[in-house]
Design a protein around this ligand. Structure first.
Ligand code: UD1
Ligand code: MG
Length: 489
């Protein structure tokens, strides 16, 4: 078996500068859905050829971006001379020994693997040279009509021809059975007959001319009549794109629920194709989960969460927050109103609370950052407590610099860590400290700029190792504040 996916046409009805097949449905380009369905139906990627033409570079780059370079083969249709012409361009790239060749259109994101297998089964059972997927539409406008012979079988009902709307008579336009465009051929028959197809009045070589040719040869065309032909017809307009989006999202939410995920309100649960969610996870209203995200078991997402390209391990919760390229270990709590940006990793049992932002930063296991903080280019060890409003000043106007916070450190409220800087293990910074120099393990620093006044755990400001540290007027007040913060913790 082999497959040819046509994606050469312009798709002018989308009114877009971008290629039609690259418009997204459920977060993935239409063409992605077609290629994934073909693969799931058992047609190997090495035997699947994508015909590109208009916008060829954009389409090829998108496919390679999604699946990797060299995975799919491409054939170039230099001029868009019709679907038959486009198919013929793929001949050189399709394995010559393929007895069956499926032709699908790149703009059919709803096509399901079951339907592909159904078409192949029908094609085999009928022993036909060509088998078409057709169906009935109340409003068949714009589609090719299936013309059948009158009378009883064997000849009554037989497909006589496909007539394109633009070439159809008024009578033919009244027919409601349409050609979906999705079809299967005997490979040798396809490659020998296609070059014989004469151009239609508009100069195009129609793939849909082949059923009439099969009839003339006496073999005829078989059909698979679909209950819901919308699945297999192409998207041509933005309105149809939105309809396809609604159908695909419904399929995804049903698949999730069948897999043991609770959706509080499926209608406002926007989960992209390709996202995995583990059993017993709960997704609350108005939650978007997109891209390459995977979610473990027993997680709680939402309400109002936006999660992109992130990995969330078991039992973690994300409330009213935005995650983009973040990795959460087990039992992590995020939100409300947190923003985790690419490169964020939150260790087991850590928590990020109200109004906090993390960017290219690691929060160690069990560490807490509960209120209004910013971590940029920071690495925080396990069990650290980052006080309300603590901020890494990681950008000096020109360059970004790293910040380290050691295991078990206590960063007081409103501390500014001016990078590059490190706060040692078990060290403590007082409220409002502006830390411009590294803080030794276990040290207590306060003030602006922060100075060491002692060691964590010591009561009072004077005495001990900190007696040697130079003091400024008022520093003892700040030290008092630091003690208060620690006591509150
Ligand atoms: C086609 C069918 C029509 C069917 C309808 C279903 C033909 C002649 N007509 O019409 O019977 O009812 O689909 O949606 O086949 N393409 C190329 N190169 C070209 C022309 C098209 O690669 O030169 C690709 C397009 O990118 C698209 C597909 O073929 O993916 C179908 O082309 P489109 O222009 O949408 O055909 P329809 O007019 O919809
Ligand atoms: Mg079309």
């Amino acid at each position: 078996m082999a497959a040819v996916v046509l994606a050469g046409g312009k798709g002018t009805r989308m009114k877009s500068q971008h290629h039609k097949v690259l418009h997204a449905v459920a977060g993935k380009p239409m063409l992605w859905h077609v290629l994934v369905a073909l693969r799931a139906a058992g047609i190997s990627v090495e035997r699947t050829v994508v015909v590109v033409g208009d916008g060829a570079a954009e389409v090829q780059a998108a496919v390679e971006g999604l699946f990797g370079a060299g995975v799919y083969r491409f054939a170039l249709q230099e001029r868009q001379l019709g679907t038959g012409h486009a198919t013929l361009q793929a001949q050189g790239a399709v394995p010559g020994d393929a007895p069956t060749v499926i032709v699908a259109y790149g703009d059919t994101p709803l096509l399901r693997p079951e339907t592909i297998r159904g078409l192949l089964a029908q094609h085999q059972a009928a022993g036909a040279q060509v088998t078409l997927a057709t169906g009935h539409l109340d409003d068949p406008r714009g589609y090719g009509r299936v013309i059948r012979a009158h009378g009883a079988p064997p000849h009554g009902g037989e497909v006589q021809a496909i007539v394109e709307e633009r070439d159809a008579s008024a009578n033919e336009r009244g027919l409601r059975e349409i050609n979906s465009g999705f079809c299967a051929f005997s490979g040798p028959w396809l490659w020998s007959r296609l070059p014989r197809v004469r151009p239609a009045p508009n100069g195009e070589i129609y793939l849909t001319a082949l059923p009439a040719l099969a009839l003339a040869e006496g073999t005829g065309a078989a059909t698979l009549v679909l209950d819901d032909v919308f699945e297999a017809v192409g998207i041509n307009t933005r309105v149809q794109l939105a309809e396809a989006e609604a159908i695909l999202r419904r399929r995804i939410t049903h698949r999730l629920m069948d897999g043991g995920v609770t959706l509080q309100d499926p209608a406002t649960c926007y989960v992209d194709a390709g996202v995995e969610v583990g059993m017993d996870s709960v997704i609350l209203a108005n939650t978007h989960v997109s891209g390459s995200t995977t979610v473990g078991r027993d997680c709680l997402l939402g309400p109002n969460a936006i999660i992109r390209n992130s990995t969330i391990d078991d039992r973690s919760r994300v409330t009213a927050s935005m995650l983009d390229g973040a990795v959460l270990a087990t039992d992590v709590s995020v939100g409300p109103f947190a923003h985790l940006r690419p490169g964020t990793r939150c260790g087991r049992g850590s928590s990020v609370g109200t109004g906090s932002e993390l960017n290219r930063s690691v929060l160690g296991p069990g560490s807490k950052m509960q209120h209004f903080g910013y971590l940029g280019d920071a690495t925080v060890g396990a069990g650290a407590n980052l006080g309300a409003g603590m901020i890494t000043c990681n950008f000096d106007g020109q360059d970004k610099h790293p910040t380290g916070v050691g295991e078990g450190a206590f960063v007081g409220s409103g501390t500014l860590l001016v990078a590059p800087v490190t706060v040692g293990r078990e060290a403590l910074t007082g409220a409002g400290a502006v830390v411009t120099r590294d803080v030794p393990d276990g040290a207590k620093v306060v003030g602006v700029p922060a100075r060491q006044i002692g060691w964590r755990g010591e009561r009072g400001a004077a005495g001990g190792p900190s007696a040697a540290v130079e003091r400024e007027p008022g520093a003892s007040d700040a030290a008092g504040a630091a003690d208060t913060v620690e006591a509150d913790a």
